[in-house]
Design a protein around this ligand. Structure first.
Ligand code: ZN
Length: 159
C-alpha cells in the first residue's frame, strides 16, 4: 500500500483520516517540529487502528528554479519574468523592468512553464508580498491539493 502523504498547513496542523473508520482528526504538528522536512509518524485512531503517514512541511519545500514566464496585472499589463524559486505556497521572481502595476499588496497572475518533460503551463493568481529592486516575492492566493495545477507543482517540487 502506498504511504499517504500529509501536508502541514500554515497554522501548523494537519488532518489525518483513519483508513479503517474514515474518521477525520485534526492534529497539532508542534510535537513533530524537530523533523524539519519529512517525518514518518504512526497515528493511533480512537477506533484502535494504527497507521503510518508521511508528514511533510510544505512551507519548506522550496526549489531554486530558472523558469521563464510573464506576470499579468490589471488591464492586461504584462512583464516578462524569471522564476527564481518556487514552493507550493508562493514564488520569487525577477521582472525585466519596473512596472506601475507591481506593488506590494497587488494581485496579479503569473504564467510560466515548468522545465519538466511535459513543459507544464502553470497559471496562478498571486499577491505581491515583498519587492526588492526587480526581485519580487509573491504568495499564491489559493492552494488546493486537488487542483491539477497545484498537484503538478507538488510533483515538480517533490519528485
Ligand atoms: Zn479509526
Amino acid at each position: 500500500m502506498k504511504e499517504k502523504k500529509i501536508f502541514i498547513t500554515d497554522d501548523n496542523k494537519f488532518v489525518i483520516v483513519c483508513p479503517m473508520c474514515q474518521k477525520e482528526e485534526t492534529v497539532s504538528a508542534s510535537e513533530y517540529k524537530d523533523a524539519n522536512q519529512a517525518a514518518r509518524i504512526k497515528y493511533r485512531c480512537r477506533c484502535g487502528h494504527t497507521h503510518s503517514v508521511l508528514l511533510e512541511r510544505r512551507k519548506f519545500y522550496r526549489r531554486e528554479t530558472c523558469l521563464h514566464g510573464v506576470c499579468i496585472g490589471e488591464e492586461n499589463s504584462m512583464v516578462g519574468m524569471l522564476v527564481k524559486d518556487l514552493s507550493l505556497i508562493g514564488m520569487k521572481f525577477e521582472i525585466e523592468n519596473t512596472q506601475d502595476f507591481i506593488s506590494v499588496g497587488k494581485k496579479l497572475f503569473v504564467e510560466f512553464f515548468l522545465d519538466d518533460e511535459q513543459k507544464t503551463l502553470i497559471r496562478k493568481e498571486a499577491v505581491i508580498k515583498i519587492i526588492s529592486g526587480l526581485l519580487i516575492g509573491a504568495e499564491f492566493c489559493n492552494t488546493e491539493p486537488d487542483d491539477p495545477t497545484d498537484s503538478m507543482i507538488e510533483s515538480y517540487l517533490i519528485p
